[in-house]
Design a protein around this ligand. Structure first.
Ligand SMILES: [Zn+2]
Length: 294
């Protein structure tokens, strides 16, 4: 059966299920055990947030979710590092491809947002970010920030079409675009650099003038809480902004740009007088965007 992204017809937000079998039969979350439903070729279509995982954080409309792998099956405790592969890669692909993810909450844990019994479908979320960090156990875990999509239905069931099949775009293909945050601070940094990318030196010309993006080195918002100050912002082209945010490039303390996948030096970060870069934020970015590999 093809994977369904978005809403499942006949399953409104708030629907409850007594157990994982019922959840699976309804098509809301098909795998009977895994927390993440997806493949690394297609992305993830649903997750189950089960209370009690030591590194998960549930703020209601924002969930910081921990990836799969490295857990003791009995205690649920982290006993080994996680990698950006398989189900974890699937959920990261949902971030880069803007796929909506059905979120199901299970009972248990100390979350105020968990149901008291069974499982509850809590609607569509977008995967806002993913990164690596050292969890409470001391092992590396992959973490995700999920943000609830608006209450109105954005997808009305039906599978995504197979690749390469001609025909009209299906109405179910609801995808989200990643949000580029503009603040007074990012605006000032872009002007300081005359909209020139600090990594590749390009200026993107458009009908409205030169275009650049202000990239926060340490992300704003929970759980990173990076500061919205000039020393935490770079002026980047869209391509290098994506590379910075999704584990393509990291920066060294002496402001060299490094290819995070190969370790090769890309070149020096271009700087201008009057725009200092905070090394603490550089270190934070480097740690969260360098993924563990065996
Ligand atoms: Zn660039």
């Amino acid at each position: 059966m093809p994977r369904t992204f978005g809403e499942i017809a006949g399953v409104p937000v708030g629907s409850t299920f007594p157990d994982r079998t019922a959840l699976s039969r309804a098509g809301v979350h098909r795998p009977p055990q895994h927390g993440i439903s997806g493949s690394q070729a297609e992305g993830a279509d649903s997750i189950v947030v089960s209370g009690g995982y030591e590194d998960d954080e549930d703020y209601g409309d924002v969930i910081v979710y921990t990836g799969a792998g490295g857990r003791d099956p009995v205690t649920g405790r982290q006993i080994a590092n996680q990698e950006l592969t398989n189900q974890n890669l699937a959920l990261a692909l949902s971030a880069t491809d803007g796929l909506p993810v059905r979120v199901v909450r299970g009972r248990g844990g100390d979350s105020a947002h968990a149901p008291t019994t069974g499982y509850r479908y809590d609607g569509l979320f977008r995967v806002d970010d993913f990164w690596e960090e050292t969890g409470r156990s001391g092992f590396k875990v992959v973490r995700y920030r999920l943000v609830k999509l608006s209450a109105e239905p954005v997808a009305l069931g039906g599978p995504m079409p197979p690749l390469g099949v001609p025909g009209p775009a299906p109405r179910a293909a609801a995808q989200t675009q990643r949000i580029i945050r503009n603040t007074a601070v990012t605006q000032r940094v872009k002007v300081l650099h005359e909209h020139r990318c600090q990594v590749c030196d390009a200026v993107v010309q458009t009908a409205t003038g030169p275009y650049a993006e202000g990239a926060h080195i340490r992300p704003l918002g929970r759980p990173h809480d990076g500061p919205d100050i000039e020393s935490n912002v770079l002026c980047l082209c869209p391509t290098d902004h994506v590379r910075l945010d999704y584990g393509g490039i990291v920066l060294t303390d002496d402001l060299q740009v490094i290819d995070a996948l190969t370790g090769a030096v890309v070149g020096p970060l271009r700087t201008v007088a009057g725009h200092a870069i905070d090394r603490d934020q550089i270190r934070y970015q480097r740690q969260m965007r360098t993924f563990e590999a065996e």
